[in-house]
Design a protein around this ligand. Structure first.
Ligand code: GUN
Length: 296
């Protein structure tokens, strides 16, 4: 079984991005800039935001983090976003989710200039993706990272059946639409399963490429997988494990031990899809900078 090593690919990709950032700095004196806004003190979000800022600096990009109090009003956040929309040194704006309940996440998504929406959440970007204009949009980072992995590992996709389990706006919906496109790393027949699907195993067993984005630890078991399938695990679930020092560990949506015995290729958790998400955020930020400065 081939282990699809997202950790390694993300390191390769970040060093490729750094080369381009260094070239742009030498030629223009400017570098891409990402601004992340975090509202409140959710501990998991704080870790994500710190990692995003650290990776940005590693590739030579500029990064700043704006911390706003948990009691921040929607209007105050929207006003900050408008300020960043107008700042020519800011190429990427990311508002970390989840947001406190007084703030409407969709209103926030709509407020971000689509040309700086490096998360790819704005309907303008998702709509362009659905219509196949991938070179003129931002693709949501997790599905984009999976596409990059399939491409770099030369996984055959054309005409194969891809089953996506999960229909979130951030992963499932953009992922299924990407796999449907007429691209080298896609061109699949696509099925989407979700929480109301009757008999999910009857679909997953037909998958040549199975993408699990459900958010339930070990949901996909060996009896749900066709021998030889390529299995992509998007899940990041923390489960209790008294045998570890911290008392817990991270597992995916796929039962790794059972499924790895019959899959032909598989992403591990951790070290599969996760590290690719940040790398693609940086790729999107670089792309935004290049578009803004006519450097493509
Ligand atoms: N929260 C968890 N993942 C993400 C992400 O990719 N983008 C944003 N904005 N918030 C998140």
């Amino acid at each position: 079984m081939l282990i699809i090593d997202g950790k390694k690919v993300s390191i390769d990709l970040k060093s490729e991005l750094k080369v381009r950032v260094d070239e742009h700095r030498a030629a223009t004196g400017k570098v891409p800039g990402l601004t992340v806004i975090i509202v409140g003190e959710d501990p998991a979000s704080q870790v994500y935001v710190r990692n995003k800022a650290k990776s940005c600096k590693e590739t030579g990009m500029h990064s700043s983090v704006i911390e706003m109090e948990a009691s921040t009003s929607e209007e105050a956040l929207l006003s900050k976003i408008r300020e960043l929309n107008d700042d020519p040194d800011v190429h990427g704006i990311l508002v970390q989710q989840p947001l406190p309940k007084q703030i409407d996440e969709f209103a926030v998504t709509l407020a971000i200039d689509p040309a700086k929406d490096v998360d790819g959440f704005h309907p303008e970007n998702l709509g362009r993706l659905v219509m196949g204009h991938l070179d003129k949009c931002f693709v949501s980072c997790t599905p984009y990272g999976i596409l990059e992995l399939l491409g770099r590992y030369n996984i055959e996709t054309k005409g194969r059946h891809c089953v996506v389990v999960g229909r979130s706006n951030i992963v499932g919906k953009p992922m299924a639409n990407l796999m449907l496109q007429k691209l080298d790393a896609t061109n699949c027949t696509v099925t989407i399963c979700h929480s109301a699907t009757k008999d999910i195993p009857s679909y997953t067993r037909q998958a040549d490429i199975l993408i699990a984005a459900i958010g339930k630890a070990g949901f996909i078991t060996a009896d749900m997988v066709k021998p030889g399938a390529v299995v992509i695990d998007v899940g990041i679930n923390r489960i209790d494990d008294p045998s570890t020092k911290s008392g817990s560990r991270l597992v995916g949506d796929v039962d790794y031990d059972g499924v790895s015995a019959l899959a032909s290729a598989m992403t591990p958790v951790p070290g599969g899809v996760g590290p690719m998400t940040i790398a693609m955020l940086l790729k999107n930020t670089l792309q935004s900078f290049e578009r803004a400065n006519n450097l493509q």
